[in-house]
Design a protein around this ligand. Structure first.
Ligand code: PLP
Length: 436
């Protein structure tokens, strides 16, 4: 029996074999809008690049293989992919979504689709029975993000997808945060997977793209129709960039995750960090559920600083870590969800799910872990010092035995930094103020 190829091999060889003309291993970028007909009423499978393009087709084939689907359809952004999935629904339909959803998805649902007559509710998807209770006569789909953006809440993909199936409701998983390397929702019973390919799939912060991947051929046809009819297609060049990014997906995700684990351990032990949200940490409430459906914790970490007012100074003091609004790329990025990625969610709703202005989200890249930890340690020190100076850090007392900014204070490795923070935490009463 032929051995099933591992995702590492599928990723590395994405697009190989797609070029039928010359056998080019790197799929050519077919920058053509149109294709000459062979005869009246007869073409080679391509007539107009909004419908089909060979470079995009190669990327779509790779995406379908990676997610274990029968068909993938690629779009000009993750939001375009989500919009395509939403063309399956009509006025009057109700969709049950994960609470703590990516701000752009929330904005699309509330500001674009609600006025068209669709309705949305937001629930914690960890408990399938609670989800079942919320499924009503008008509910047509469940829209799951796991881990959620940015609070890293975990949904039960298997359980919620099963309940959805039992109730005749479609299940949709936004798998952007995990990538198919770590989590494959279709194999867990989900009907539709959506991606912002801008993130881990592309991986280099050089393209905006999205994808919908399905197992059911009928759904595949509907998504392809939406692609052609609405027209938000992934361009040939971006398709090529995506293919190129996918080739290193496995190694990038593994390395970024390894770095993220070091960064999360450091943050978790730091006295000026109040709370860390990362399924890789032993204290994460739904770690077990996460690891029952994903093979790793991923590379995105959210954390709350001990003092909200210290957030701007912290963000500005980072230098290796870049203040920018994305995730999943080779560079480590940091954002402030309440004012950046999630700014369109009303503050009261942010607060209701536990999203506070003290929260910072970091997407860890593939740089050297020690460089990252040392940059973060320095920025935390600066933020804390300023916060102390302004007499804002009431209740937080970090260790100050060593001279701030001195050479011996600067941790040299991730492990040393984590150890230093741990030791500091033991010595400082600030530890008691930490919510975990
Ligand atoms: N889904 C998630 C979880 C995201 O984080 C994002 C963007 O940040 C999107 C979807 C939208 O993707 P895009 O920015 O490619 O449109």
């Amino acid at each position: 029996m032929k051995r099933k190829k591992s995702i590492d091999t599928l990723a590395a060889q994405a697009g190989v074999g797609a070029d039928k003309a010359f056998g080019a291993v790197s799929v050519p970028i077919y920058t053509t809008a149109i294709y000459r007909y062979v005869a009246f009423g007869k073409h080679r499978g391509f007539d107009y690049s909004r419908s089909e393009n060979p470079t995009r087709q190669a990327a779509e084939k790779a995406l379908a293989e990676l997610e274990g689907g029968s068909r993938a359809v690629a779009f000009s952004s993750g939001m375009a992919a989500i919009s395509a999935a939403m063309t399956l629904f009509r006025a009057g339909d109700h969709i049950l979504c994960s609470d703590d959803l990516y701000g752009g998805s929330y904005r699309f649902f509330e500001k674009v689709l609600r006025p068209y007559g669709l309705s949305f509710d937001y629930v914690d998807m960890a408990d399938p029975r609670a989800v079942a209770r919320k499924i009503g006569k008008k509910t047509k789909a469940v829209f799951i993000e796991t881990p959620t953006n940015p609070l890293m809440k975990i949904a039960d993909i298997r359980g919620v997808s099963r309940i959805a199936k039992d109730r005749g409701v479609l299940s949709i998983v936004d798998n952007t945060f995990m990538s198919p390397v770590l989590q494959q929702p279709l194999a867990l019973g989900t009907d539709i997977v959506v991606h912002s390919a801008t993130k881990f799939l592309g991986g280099h912060n050089d393209l905006i793209g999205g994808a919908v991947i399905v197992t059911d051929p009928d759904l595949g046809e509907k998504m392809h129709f939406a692609q052609k009819a609405v027209g938000a297609v992934l361009s040939p060049f971006d398709s090529w960039l995506l293919l190129r990014g996918i080739k290193t997906l496995s190694v990038r995700v593994a390395r970024a995750q390894q770095n993220a684990e070091a960064v999360a351990a450091f943050l978790d032990a730091h006295p000026f960090v109040k709370k860390v949200f990362y399924p890789g940490l032993p204290g994460h409430a739904r770690r077990e559920l996460h690891f029952s459906q994903a093979s790793g914790p991923g590379a995105v970490i959210s954390f709350e600083l001990a003092k909200e007012s210290a957030v701007p100074r912290f963000l500005e003091s980072l230098s290796t870590v870049i203040l920018a609004e994305s995730l999943g790329g080779v560079e480590t990025l940091v954002t402030h969800p309440t004012t950046m990625t999630h700014a369109d969610i009303p503050l009261a709703e942010q607060a209701a799910v536990g999203l506070t202005p003290s929260l910072v989200r970091m997407s860890v890249g593939i740089e050297n872990a020690d460089d990252l930890v040392s940059d973060i340690a320095r920025a935390l020190r600066k933020a804390e010092r300023e916060s102390d100076r302004n007499k804002l850090a009431t209740g937080i007392r970090a260790p100050r035995q060593r001279r701030a900014g001195s050479e011996e204070e600067r941790p040299r490795t991730g492990a040393e930094a984590a150890e230093a923070a741990r030791a500091a935490r033991k010595g400082g009463p600030g530890a008691s103020g930490r919510a975990r």
